[in-house]
Design a protein around this ligand. Structure first.
Ligand SMILES: Cc1cc2nc3c(=O)[nH]c(=O)nc-3n(C[C@H](O)[C@H](O)[C@H](O)COP(=O)(O)OP(=O)(O)OC[C@H]3O[C@@H](n4cnc5c(N)ncnc54)[C@H](O)[C@@H]3O)c2cc1C
Ligand code: FES
Length: 270
């Protein structure tokens, strides 16, 4: 783990869509990273953000950055002037895929980034992978070719039907679930989607794990900004990946997060 900042070289970048940037970085040290873990990426004088490891192999790291607010917009708008980034980590508790024969991956939007490295690692373990990924429109689809390499079967959903299944990834799940019958399901995407998928799978008695987003400041369990109530779990340390058995008891899930001032903000408003 890089406890101190490590300087990583930007090898190349590309815009996968107008709002999604893909970075290929070269590390000068080996990184021991488990699927679902995240890194803190620091831009001096701008800020620091958590990002999932989308791929890692032999010192080569891939990150996906969606344009959202202050830090991500700065990176998007100035990417041509970057040669290096500062990272620390990896942090957190990732996905548990040991002992599985058949897994289903469900991703939405840029959340698919967190699931790609998982797909690769499960593929290496010869776990049969089904992938359901959902996006707003055809223009928003990212990383599909990567997922195709690792998946026995892949379905894409778009809200407007411009490619693949018409509807949300939850609609797709409902339509195709009986075809797949997975041992376990791994989910990452907008929290409202995760919330609905959790309840659908929980009622069917299917084990699932989901990766959550909260405001991460310290990443080491000290500041409390990422707390999930009422259990007091910390997304930075106990997560970001949680099992459905835990999430079903978390009142904040699908409902509120805490802003940098500590104020509760409802997820629909954010
Ligand atoms: C473990 C983890 C892994 C992540 N992996 C990725 C990744 O691989 N790729 C990627 O693009 N993004 C990822 N994110 C999200 C990314 O960290 C945020 O989009 C980023 O921190 C936003 O920073 P900003 O300064 O650009 O936006 P800000 O200026 O901080 O905020 C932008 C907008 O988002 C809202 N917002 C901020 N934090 C939250 C929150 N926790 N919940 C709801 N709304 C919020 C703000 O109110 C504001 O409207 C991950 C987050 C976590 C916790
Ligand atoms: S980010 Fe500080 S406790 Fe989680």
């Amino acid at each position: 783990m890089f406890r101190l900042y490590n300087v990583v070289k930007l090898i190349k970048y590309s815009f996968l869509t107008s709002k999604i940037l893909q970075l290929h970085l070269k590390l000068n040290k080996f990184l021991n990273v488990h699927p679902g873990q995240y890194l803190m990426l620091w831009v001096p004088r701008v800020g620091e953000i958590p990002l999932a490891v989308a791929d890692y192999d032999n010192h080569n790291l891939m990150l996906i950055i969606a344009k959202k607010g202050k830090v991500t917009s700065y990176i998007h708008d100035n990417i041509g002037s970057f040669n290096y980034f500062h990272i620390r980590g990896p942090y957190g508790h990732g996905y548990n895929y040991s002992g599985l024969k058949k897994a289903l991956i469900i991703g939405g939007g840029y959340g698919v980034a967190s699931l790609l490295y998982l797909a690769k690692k499960m593929f290496e373990k010869r776990i049969k992978i089904f992938t359901f990924i959902g996006f707003r429109t055809k223009k928003d689809i990212i990383l599909m070719d990567y997922f195709k390499k690792y998946s026995s079967q892949i379905y894409v959903a778009t809200d407007d039907g411009s490619l693949g299944f018409k509807g949300t990834v939850l609609d797709l799940l409902k339509a195709k679930f009986d075809e797949v019958k997975p041992d376990k399901v791994f989910v990452c995407g907008p929290e409202q989607m995760e919330y609905r998928v959790l309840h659908y799978l929980y009622n069917k008695g299917i084990e699932a794990e989901m990766s959550l987003e909260r405001l991460i400041k310290c990443a080491i369990g000290l500041c409390g900004s990422c707390v999930l109530q009422p259990l007091g779990l910390l997304v930075c340390k106990d997560g970001p990946v949680f099992s459905s058995d835990v999430l079903i008891k978390v009142k904040d899930f699908g409902r509120v997060w805490h802003s940098s001032s500590g104020k509760e903000v409802t997820l629909n408003e954010s």
